[in-house]
Design a protein around this ligand. Structure first.
Ligand SMILES: Cc1ncc(COP(=O)(O)O)c(C=O)c1O
Length: 381
């Protein structure tokens, strides 16, 4: 048996909806299925407006344009994130300022953000690692005090809640991913949530290549033209059809995934109690979407051995992100490994376990047995 790190999941209605979309008179963005996804997201999560995009990467780039980032601006973000979080900033010529993370969640350590704020700071970009919500309330309070923009990189955070508020609900901007590795997927896709009313009309122009086509569609103009910068930040209606099927099934998907979290937690508790490793600590007022499960080993060499021995059993775990500050491009930008020491240390000890919706149906027992035997080899019990 082979247990991959990730496997896309079909929730049931994908083929039916895609066929219907193909048979319709429009396949482009913001069509029938796109609108249904947008309405569902707004209704379920209370977002003010939603723009479906080709990826979370594109959503972040659109968000950075809306935030009007300029070359002299600084943006605070964790180094422990995907390249897209930083690229959205660097593409505008602004400077990323990396902030260290908390061990219990791998999310930005809110207590360290204020020390990074300077006169040049324009925005804070936290992420919801492994679907664990970042502490958005204190981040919003800091942003208010210093008059900063916040864009939540909620690539992994759809259907996670912090104090009963969904990820992406509080900040002016939030970006989600519907890449095949996420809980809810259409292969490649994303969404930008715009909660700040003053941004919404401009977002419509940016999404449509900097044109006011939106006003023509609303019968407010006869001919559209170039009114702003922009790009093609649209998701095809064929992919939106797939997305709708998945969004309609989110409760079922999250429930299946919660069984994997439960099983991994149970397996690892004795090793955690003996100090061999640590598992995520979910804040008591958070409800998670069970996107992923990470383990932090006591020593980098035990992490390496775990990965190698698991692979010999055809079970594929993964090391997670390479921290951006100590990446090739991070060094080019002038960062050093010691800039964010906790990130540097944890990145060498973390493992993300195989995690996909179908694992709950098939393979989980094999996976657990394999892990148990590998841990026994490493720790002797
Ligand atoms: C935190 C974070 N941001 C952005 C992205 C990019 O998402 P997408 O592949 O939809 O562009 C990812 C991808 O995993 C991510 O983990």
């Amino acid at each position: 048996m082979k247990i991959p790190f990730n496997l896309p999941y079909l929730s049931g209605n994908e083929q039916k909806y895609i066929s219907a979309a193909l048979g319709s008179s429009s396949h482009a963005g913001n069509g029938f299925y796109g609108q249904r996804c947008i309405e569902l997201l707004k209704e379920r999560y209370g977002f003010k407006s939603v723009f479906l995009t080709p990826s979370c990467t594109a959503a972040m780039e659109m968000g950075a344009l809306l935030a009007d980032l300029k070359p002299s601006d600084e943006v605070i973000l964790p180094s422990y994130t995907f390249t897209s979080t930083a690229n959205a900033i660097v593409l505008r010529g602004a400077k990323p300022i990396f902030c260290d993370i908390e061990e219990s969640t791998m999310n930005i350590d809110v207590s360290l953000i204020e020390s990074k704020i300077t006169e040049k700071t324009k925005m804070i970009v936290p992420i919801d690692y492994a679907g664990i919500p970042c502490e958005i309330e204190p981040i919003m309070a800091l942003a208010k005090r210093y008059d900063l923009m916040v864009m939540e990189d909620a690539a992994q955070g759809l259907h996670s809640f912090y104090k009963d508020k969904p990820c992406g609900f509080l900040p002016p901007l939030a970006a989600f991913s519907f890449h095949e590795s996420k809980n809810i997927s259409c292969g490649e896709g994303g969404a930008l949530v715009v909660n700040k009313p003053e941004f919404i009309q401009r977002a419509r122009f940016l999404q449509e290549k900097g044109t006011d086509r939106d006003l023509v569609l609303k019968d407010q103009k006869k001919k559209y033209g170039w009114v702003d910068v922009g790009s093609s930040f649209l998701l095809s209606d064929i992919l939106a059809a797939m997305l709708l099927s998945q969004l309609e099934n989110v409760e079922n998907i999250v429930k299946k995934r919660s069984l994997i979290t439960k099983a991994y937690s149970l397996l690892l508790t004795p090793y955690q109690e003996k100090g061999c490793l640590k598992t995520p600590k979910i804040p008591p007022d958070a409800r998670i979407n069970h996107h992923a499960f990470f383990v932090i080993f006591d020593l980098p060499e035990n992490r390496e051995q775990f990965l190698i021995l698991l692979r010999q059993k055809n079970i594929f775990a993964y090391v997670g992100y390479s921290p951006l500050h100590s990446s090739t491009y991070g060094f080019k930008l002038g960062f050093k490994p010691e800039d964010v020491p906790r990130t540097q240390d944890l990145a060498q000890r973390i493992v993300r376990l195989p995690f996909y919706t179908g694992l709950a149906d098939q393979g989980l027992d094999y996976c657990l047995e394999g892990m148990k035997s590998v841990l026994q080899t490493i720790y002797g019990f």
